[in-house]
Design a protein around this ligand. Sequence first.
Ligand code: ZN
Length: 308
Amino acid sequence: MAILKSSTARCRTFFNPKLNGHTTQRRQITISGSMILLLAILLNGCASTGEPKPEPLKLYVFDCGNIKVADVSLFSPGFDEGQEKELTNSCYLIRHPEGDMVWDTGLNDAIGPKGLELWDGAFHLSVTNPLGKQLKALQIKPEEIDYLGISHFHMDHTGNANLFTNASLLIQKEEYDAAFGKKADKYGFQPETYSQVNREKINVLNSDHDVFGDGKVIIKRAIGHTPGHQALYIDLEDEGPIMLSGDLYHFTKNRTFRRVPSFNYDKAQTQQSMDSVEIFMRNKGAKMWIQHDKEQNESIRRAPYAYQ
Ligand SMILES: [Zn+2]
C-alpha cells in the first residue's frame, strides 16, 4: 500500500504545478516537440504501471439486535408516558484503504432470538442476526479488524467487542476510566462483554480523533450519555457525509426536541454535545443516522450492500 501511495503521489505532483513548485515559471516554458514526447512517456508511465485505483471508502450497516422498550418516557421524561417503543440496534464496518474499523458491536450474539429481559421488564432484548455471521458472509475475520470504535460502553454497544481481539480500541479517557476501573457496573457497563479487547492497543482520547489522518473518518467527542460517549463522522464520496449518532439521540423525536433520557450520566453535558455535534454537521453538510431509530433504519440498506 505504501508503494502504491508514493507512486500515485509522484504522478500527482508532476501534473500539479502548485505541488511541484513551477507555478511562477509556467508561463515562460515553451512546449517543444521533445517535451511533448517526454510528457507522453510520463503520462503513459502513470497510466500503465497498472496502478489500481485505491478502493473507495465504504460503509456497511449491520443489524445488531432489537430492543423493546416498555415505557418510552424513560428516554423522554414527561413525554409519551406508558407508550411502548421498538428500537433497532445497529453496528457498522468502515473499510478505508488504510484499514478496517468496526463501530459499535451490538447486543451479544448469544442473546439469540428469544432474548432476555432487563431492568425488571423495562427492556426486552433479542438478536436474530448474529454479528459474527454477518461478518463471515462478507468474508471478514473479526481478529483482522484494525480499529474498534465503541460509542459508549453500555452492553447494547459492547455485546460482541470480544470478537475483535487485535483491534486498537479508540476510547475517550472518561469512558476508559469508567469501563476499565473498579466500578464499571456503577455506570451500567458489563466488563465481561469487553474483557478480550487488546489492552496493549488501547488508544485513550481526550478530544475528536481523525482515525486515518485524512479527515474521512472522525470520532466526535460527545460526552454526557455516559462519561466519555462519542459519535462517528464518515465522509463518503457518493453518499456524502454521515454522522453515526451513538446514543446522542435514540430516535428522531428526541433529536427534534433535544430531549435527554432520564438515565443519562450528565444532562447538561449531553445538551452541550448535541449543540457541538449539530454545528459540526451543519458545517460539513452531514446527515445523521440515529443508530437505534427503527423507522429511520428501515430506509437504510444493510450489509452486504456497501455505501460508498
Ligand atoms: Zn444504546
